[in-house]
Write a protein that binds this ligand. Structure first.
Ligand code: Z5A
Length: 218
């Protein structure tokens, strides 16, 4: 039986700050330390949740009400938790997740202006017991993230979120920073403006203490 304790670690931040790049590097480094890693993302992570992701990101002529966006985020999350995150943590893996519920507070709460109490209510329904053990918040000025995302996207058009204005992303950033200040035990804020290797080193430093406490209990 695997007696190693599973972990749930989330990566958060505004558009283009480098989450996807850094979460892959962190996963490779942890695997090199002998950790069993499951790398996933939200919205998405399982076939059903990835279908919901497509609906959430695509730009169509049918406007999406904010309540529809909020409920679809949590519908995808419910399926992701039940079918991937919880089973993986239970068998002792470290689940690294590119965005989770902090993104809902930041985007649907901070960005769109939905009441935090409504998001709290959905948390109570979908994951009353599950919170990330650690959240790495990659922080950079909005202009930096937007420029990186534009350069990466090339000629590909923006999705429904990427087409938002800078003020929207500024509200998202401030919401993330407020949450990180309120829950400083769970969050590690990493300056994402530096070179890839510097950001990577700061993330490793945030993860290292969890490795020290990872000795299998027998
Ligand atoms: N969303 C929501 O509203 N509510 C929710 O509850 C959840 C999500 C869960 C999809 O997320 C959208 O869903 C998201 C919020 C919303 N929309 N937005 N914005 P996503 O995570 O798939 O999409 P994203 O946030 O737009 O992520 P991204 O654009 O993929 O950015 P990223 O992962 O942070 O960055 P990256 O792809 O790793 O890096 C971007 C480029 O910068 C790339 O070319 C890198 O090589 C480069 N890069 C990265 N780091 C550096 C450094 N340090 N220096 C120089 N260049 C760098």
């Amino acid at each position: 039986m695997n007696s190693v304790q599973g972990r749930f670690i989330t990566f958060e931040g505004g558009e283009g700050v480098g989450k996807s790049t850094q979460i892959r590097r962190a996963a490779a480094w942890l695997e090199a330390q002998g950790v069993v890693v499951v790398l996933t993302r939200e919205p998405g992570g399982t076939p059903r949740a990835e279908q919901l992701r497509r609906i959430l990101l695509e730009r169509t002529d049918e406007p999406m009400p904010q309540s529809c966006e909020l409920l679809l985020m949590f519908a995808a999350r419910a399926s992701h938790l039940a079918n991937l995150i919880e089973p993986a943590v239970a068998r002792g893996a470290w689940v690294l997740c590119d965005r989770f519920t902090d993104a809902t507070y930041a985007y649907q709460g901070g960005g769109r202006g939905l009441p935090a109490a409504d998001i709290d209510a959905l948390v109570r329904i979908v994951h009353p017991q599950r919170q990330p053990d650690l959240t790495v918040l990659l922080d950079a000025p909005v202009a930096v993230g937007m420029a990186r995302a534009r350069a990466r996207n090339g000629t590909g058009g923006p999705d429904r979120f990427e087409s938002e204005r800078a003020e929207f992303f500024e509200r998202v950033r401030q919401n993330y920073l407020q949450r990180a200040a309120q829950e400083s035990g769970r969050f590690r804020v990493v300056d994402a403006t530096g070179a890839l290797e510097h950001v990577e080193a700061a993330i490793r430093a945030a993860l290292q203490p969890m490795l020290v406490t990872q000795a299998p209990s027998r």
